[in-house]
Design a protein around this ligand. Structure first.
Ligand code: ADP
Ligand code: ZN
Ligand code: ZN
Length: 736
């Protein structure tokens, strides 16, 4: 291969690869996928070798030299490289930045790819020939020599534990009787596979599902494991994974929420012992490198992680599971706007392994792919514990007196469940005390100066806070507009309900779970442990409580505001509401005791509320699919968005217009596209900038990408580019 010039990927927001001369005299070490240090501008950056080119004679450019090769053996394998390359084309995002997602932070910065090291000492040849009498006047040195003769080697730490000072060690090293060396300490042990045992006898549906997955265990088949909440989906993929592990393979499990990691890790550890690792943003640098090395060297069998785990290189991947595949958090919403689910599907194709998409409320895209036979459906219709699904009851709020937003029906039901020794879950997807503050005298409202949004009232600590930007203010002493101090806190948030529940039910604990109360690293898992003890209590929280948790003792779920989201301007709004409601309802009655759900609504006759009450997400999703089909919107067409934001609204709009103007998009391509916009985003002003967007729909993915290629080449050179921040979002999921 010609190695005149080396193509290097550098993590900067430009689409180009950069060329360098190989480092002098060391070009034979260079391999595709190795990290290198290169001069870039006036900085030294960590890059990744992508390829090699011949330098033509006419090329008179002055190339710089690669400074240093960091990895003799590349850290990334061919699959990772192909996955990155695909993602760069698919998401129209710079490869140099994408490749850095494949490394944990410290490797990105150029640190060595090693487990933690320990310093050891051992005898030199000279040292091993020493006789006792040679050191008769140095008893401490003699002690160390005898110890080393006996034990062959010692860590410096254990030498100290034997009472040997570092001066003694140094003295012997200086005399060349002893040498010190470093060795990596792998935190993982190789397990014997024979102690893996299934812990549950599967029911017939589950068994069929496991058998189906096992039958195709070395093929790239995608399964939709579609089972109602509590139907034993986790048990199914645990056993499918077990089969893979006993064949020496590894498994990757993606979960939506970091809060679910401890629970998942524990369940996997019960099954598979120590060779289970979790990987997410709360891990420190050392832990991330350990997991990364463990996975890539094949020392870990199972990785459970949030979306960024999809990039972890694995030595011998056998299966990928995406739990709660419908969840929005698999999609990154800034910078590199990838979907971890979709990247996982592509990765599985490259590695020829099966994928299991598990959900009680599958996304419409996945349902459509299943309907078309692209995915194989595995259905679980019964709760695994024999429990039945909860019953639904809607409370029509029209004309009702409420107590801090809660109906008498819900309060009565809460009381009776608590007195029967059960737990009650109250769901309100709005944190803080109240969503707005209003002056009773002049009508001033707590608008955020930087967003088209109201600032939320928080009580502990007391402040006004915008949930869309970082802004917060002191709670006003007097009205900024009229100077009076008669305020109305309007609406309800979790803090306010907590206050009410605590005073109304003083004898049982009320536990509020939202992103404010669980800010500290371990607090969510502490709360969950407390809930699992099963004592009567009120759990009150946002969507953090809705997802995936197994609360055996919850018998009543109260949905305080079933209407929020019903009238969303986003066409995906109804899908989200239905998923959220079904998920939160699914927390009720998961074990022996039957569960019920009370929904509070001002529009109980809304078809969506009726559908949810009937308890069938499936029927509801079918209807939505039909609607989407006739409107030719995703999943019945492909969508991308181009966003522009700047401190001036019209600049953002004109930027998008300038992209479209004078564009030589040929007729044929244009006929394949439907352009909508530029339009202001649903929340036009956010964090002090004005946001506009262009939506592109096409039935033909190829045309969509061709169009984006044209846009992309222009985005990097429009003159106004400097004044706006722009982004391309392929398969966008929300318009917030
Ligand atoms: P899902 O992932 O569908 O929500 P889980 O796998 O968490 O469901 O199962 C729900 C509950 O049922 C758990 O407590 C689990 O231990 C139990 N369970 C699952 N499968 C079985 C089975 N075959 N026999 C008995 N209990 C089961
Ligand atoms: Zn006022
Ligand atoms: Zn704001």
């Amino acid at each position: 291969m010609d190695k005149d010039l080396v193509e290097v990927l550098i993590p900067i927001p430009l689409m180009e690869k950069f060329s360098y001369f190989p480092p002098k005299n060391r070009s034979n070490q260079l391999k595709k996928g190795s990290r290198v240090l290169v001069p870039f501008g006036n900085r030294i950056m960590v890059g990744v070798v992508w390829g090699f080119n011949k330098k033509s004679n006419s090329d008179k450019r002055k190339y710089k030299y690669i400074r240093e090769v960091l990895d003799k053996t590349p850290l990334l394998n061919a699959t990772s490289m192909s996955l990155a390359e695909w993602a760069s084309r698919y998401y129209h995002y710079p490869l140099g930045e994408i490749i850095s997602y494949f490394y944990p932070p410290s490797l990105r910065k150029g640190k060595e790819a090693k487990f933690k090291e320990s310093k050891y000492i051992e005898l030199t040849n000279k040292g091993s020939l020493l006789r006792e009498e040679d050191l008769s006047r140095a008893p401490a040195q003699l002690k160390l020599i005898s110890l080393l003769k006996e034990k062959k080697e010692l860590t410096l730490k254990s030498a100290q534990a034997f009472g040997i000072s570092s001066a003694v060690v140094k003295g012997l090293i200086d005399k060349e009787y002893v040498v010190s060396f470093s060795r990596e300490l792998s935190p993982y042990k190789k397990h014997e596979n024979k102690d893996l045992k299934p812990s549950k006898k599967l029911n017939l549906e589950q068994k069929k599902a496991v058998d189906a997955i096992n039958k195709d265990q070395d093929k790239n088949v995608t399964f939709l494991l579609d089972g109602i909440t509590g139907s034993g989906k986790t048990e199914v993929y645990l056993q499918a994974i077990q089969e893979q592990i006993s064949n020496g393979k590894q498994a990757l499990i993606l979960i939506p929420e970091i809060g679910l990691a401890p629970q998942a890790e524990e369940r996997f550890k019960d099954y598979f012992g120590d060779r289970v690792m979790s990987f997410h943003s709360a891990k420190n640098d050392r832990e991330k490198v350990d997991a990364w090395l463990g996975a890539s060297r094949g020392l870990v069998d199972i990785i459970i992680g949030t979306r960024s785990s999809v990039f972890l290189p694995m030595k011998n991947l056998g299966i990928i599971v995406i739990d709660e595949e419908h969840d929005l958090s698999f999609k990154q919403t800034d910078k590199f706007r990838y979907s971890a689910r979709d990247m996982a599907l592509y990765r599985a194709k490259l590695e020829k392994v099966p994928v299991v998409l598990a959900s009680a409320t599958p996304s419409l895209e996945t349902l459509k792919n299943t309907e078309e036979g692209k995915y194989q459906l595995l259905k679980l219709n019964k709760r695994a514990t024999g429990a039945s699904l909860p019953t639904f009851h809607a409370v029509d709020l029209r004309g009702k007196e409420l107590n801090e937003g809660l109906s008498n029906e819900l309060l009565e039901a809460t009381k009776s469940e608590l007195s029967n020794g059960n737990q009650v879950l109250i769901f309100l997807n709005r944190r803080g005390y109240a969503p707005s503050l209003i002056c009773k005298v002049c009508g001033w409202v707590s608008n955020c100066d930087r967003c088209d949004a109201l600032m939320t009232v928080h009580k502990s600590p007391s402040k006004l806070q915008c949930h869309h930007c970082e802004a917060h203010k002191n709670y006003p002493i007097k009205c900024p507009s009229c100077g009076e101090n008669e305020f109305l806190t309007y609406g309800f948030g979790t803090e306010r309900l907590e206050e009410f529940m605590k005073s109304n039910f003083p004898d049982v604990p009320t536990m509020r779970i939202d992103s404010d109360s669980t800010r500290k690293r371990e607090s969510l898992s502490d709360y969950l442990d407390e809930i699992k003890k099963g004592k009567p209590m009120i759990l009150l929280g946002t969507q953090l409580l809705a997802k995936g948790h197994h609360f055996p003792n919850v018998t009543l779920v109260g949905i305080v505001d079933a209407d929020s989201g019903l009238f969303s301007a986003d066409f995906r709004g109804s899908e989200r509401v239905a998923q959220m409601m079904t998920q939160v309802s699914g927390r009720a009655g998961r074990e022996k005791k039957p569960g019920r759900v009370i929904l509070q609504s001002y529009c109980t006759d809304h078809p969506q509320i009726e559908e949810i009450i009937s308890g069938s997400y499936e029927k509801f999703a079918k209807k939505l699919l039909e609607e989407r089909k006739s409107a030719k919107i995703p999943p019945y067409s492909f969508q991308a968005k181009i966003f522009a934001e700047s401190p001036k609204g019209l600049v953002s709009r004109d930027f998008i217009l300038s992209l479209l103007n004078g564009q030589n998009i040929d007729r044929e391509l244009r006929d394949d596209l439907r352009l909508v916009g530029p339009l202001p985003s649903i929340m036009e002003k956010k964090s002090g900038v004005y946001r506009w967007e262009l939506s592109v729909f096409s039935k033909n993915r190829f045309s969509l990408h061709k169009f984006l290629d044209v846009m992309q080449s222009k985005l990097y050179d429009v003159k106004t580019s400097k004044k706006v921040r722009w982004a391309i979002d392929v398969d966008p999921l929300s318009s917030i």
